[in-house]
Design a protein around this ligand. Structure first.
Ligand code: NOJ
Ligand code: CA
Length: 528
């Protein structure tokens, strides 16, 4: 099981209200106790934080708000001592507008060679006042920002698929490729076990800059040339002992195109967003699971099972709504939500995803049953999605609120006693019964459900890499067997259903009396 730490919101050791590396080091025993195999850390590089650290100004250092490179080395060593592997987040599509390369490109003016490392283009229209294309960015809004020439006149435009503070690199340029190969080695040499590759399908652009057209290849999504980059990275990763892992953030609706990233000489695995965005619906989940396994098994890549991350609505909230799918385009907040129902379903979903073949990911706080915080005052919101959507989409802050560890009131142990600042986003007062402390030892808590499920997942030979076999089940019920001697049954129908024959009940997602499995409930069975 791979646990995603969002460094800003995990644990704050120095009391400035922002999570840091020292805080993570103090909590490694918590992660080891949870049964984590590897930890994926969100970006911790120096950054003006225009996009929460995904705007990197130096790829070989640590932002002082998080700590130092020496502390990261210590963290890696301490994690390895506990048998935990380390995955870091690499952001190759873009950098911060404060990165020295981009600053040099701006200062160099039109035609400067430094500009070739990015996408600078004259505008359209007589005075160049229109952007080079009408592409829509990944956060909404345009993808080009006009520069001002060193002499003060309006100049060329530069491309940014995300915010204007995140200029896109030109991956056709050999210096960009060489630079990232070095950055990769820099971190792998420091003992990092794996790399999560941000926006992995976006790196290449069609240099003729065509408009997006439904019948033509997309100008920046999933261009074929991107695969060469990952082939060269794979050679680097394989050169280490033991080989290091490459994990792609690949949002692609086409399963075949997705699978291309997982060919034997490319990435080891990629996030399964098909499963993450899927409705709480037996037929749809089964289709997603079958499709995922069908694309992974032939190429020998492990499937991934992700319910949430730092970009999407928290599971407890999503499953408590009439529409249980996730999409960036749909509204996030102000939707009627039944958190109790969402929690019941999230518990069942945890047992489902932790018993499927492959790697399961848990985003920090999922194991505590945290919900999306929907009442963050507008002036405290940090996510650039909020202003870029014209203040319509509240953005992703609601799933990034600092974790509650202990105590009855904010900061709930996130920051130490006597901290100088409040947590960077306010925690709901009602999280007092969601803290690690409050849930520990409570057999009905989400945390103890996760602890038990992860322990069983490690103990049971059936929950390794082996295959899955669907069992006959009533409509609306997912039932599968894994050898030797294990079955998982999830009832997504509206009625109780009989629990199939078994030797023992290993775990249920909520208390089950008698022989019927209630709606929105999962059970793990020993069958052999
Ligand atoms: C995907 C990351 O997960 C997200 O948080 C970020 O805003 C974008 N990539 C841009 O780097
Ligand atoms: Ca701090």
């Amino acid at each position: 099981m791979i646990y995603q730490v969002y460094p800003r919101s995990f644990a704050d050791a120095n009391g400035d209200g922002i999570g840091d590396i020292a805080g993570i080091r103090q909590r490694l025993d918590y992660l080891a106790g949870l049964g984590v195999d590897a930890i994926w850390f969100g970006p911790w590089y120096p950054s003006p934080m225009a996009d929460a650290g995904y705007d990197v100004s130096d790829f070989r250092a640590i932002d002082p708000v998080f700590g130092t490179l020496d502390e990261v080395s210590a963290l890696i060593a301490e994690a390895h001592d506990r048998g935990l592997r380390i995955i870091i987040d690499l952001v190759p599509n873009h950098c911060s507008d404060q990165h020295p390369w981009f600053q040099a490109a701006l200062a160099g003016g039109p035609g400067a060679p430094e500009r070739e490392l990015f996408w600078f283009r004259p505008g359209r229209g007589p005075g160049g006042e229109l952007p080079p294309t009408d592409w829509v960015g990944e956060f909404g809004g345009g993808t080009w920002t006009r520069t001002t020439n060193p002499d003060g006149t309006p100049g060329d435009w530069y491309l940014h698929l995300f915010t204007p503070q995140q200029p896109d690199f030109n991956w056709d340029h050999p210096r960009v490729r060489a630079e990232f190969e070095e950055i990769l080695r820099f971190w792998l040499d420091r003992g990092v076990d794996g790399i999560r590759i941000d926006s992995a399908a976006l790196l290449m652009k069609d240099p003729t800059l065509p408009e997006v057209h439904p019948d033509r290849p997309h100008p920046f999504h999933d261009l074929d040339g991107v695969h060469d980059i990952y082939r060269s990275w794979r050679r680097i990763a394989d050169g280490y002992t033991p080989p290091r892992a490459l994990i792609g953030e690949v949002w692609l609706p086409d399963r075949q195109r997705f699978a291309n990233y997982l060919r034997p000489d490319e990435l080891h695995t990629a996030f399964n967003f098909d499963f993450l965005t899927c409705a709480w619906d037996a037929a749809k989940l089964r289709d997603s699971i079958d499709g995922t396994l069908a694309e992974h098994v032939p190429i020998g890549a492990p499937a991934t099972w992700v319910l949430s991350n730092h970009d999407v609505t928290r599971v407890v909230t999503r499953y408590g709504r009439a529409d249980t799918t996730f999409s960036f385009a749909s509204k996030r907040e102000g939707i009627p939500t039944d958190l109790e129902l969402g929690t019941i379903r999230a518990r069942a979903a945890a047992l489902l995803s932790l018993s499927l073949p492959g790697a399961a990911y848990v985003y920090q706080g999922e194991e505590l049953g945290l919900w999306e915080v929907e009442d963050i005052p507008p002036e405290l919101r940090q996510d650039p999605m909020y202003p870029r959507s014209g203040y319509v989409d509240p953005g992703r802050d609601g799933c990034r609120v600092p974790l509650p560890w202990s105590g009855d009131a904010a900061p709930f142990g996130f920051s130490p006693e006597g901290a100088s600042s409040a947590p960077w986003l306010p925690q709901p007062a009602t999280w007092k019964d969601r803290t690690v402390q409050a849930q520990t030892g409570d057999p009905h808590s989400m945390l103890e459900l996760y602890r038990t499920a992860i322990r069983l997942r490690r103990e049971l030979p059936a929950l390794g890499d082996g295959a899955l076999r669907w069992l006959d089940a009533p409509e609306g019920v997912l039932a599968f067997a894994r050898d030797p001697g294990f079955a998982c049954v999830v009832n997504l129908s509206a009625d109780p259903v009989p629990i199939p024959a078994h030797r023992a009940r290993l775990l249920t997602s909520r208390p089950v009396e008698g022989s019927l499995l209630p709606p929105d409930t999962a059970v793990w069975l020993a069958t052999g």
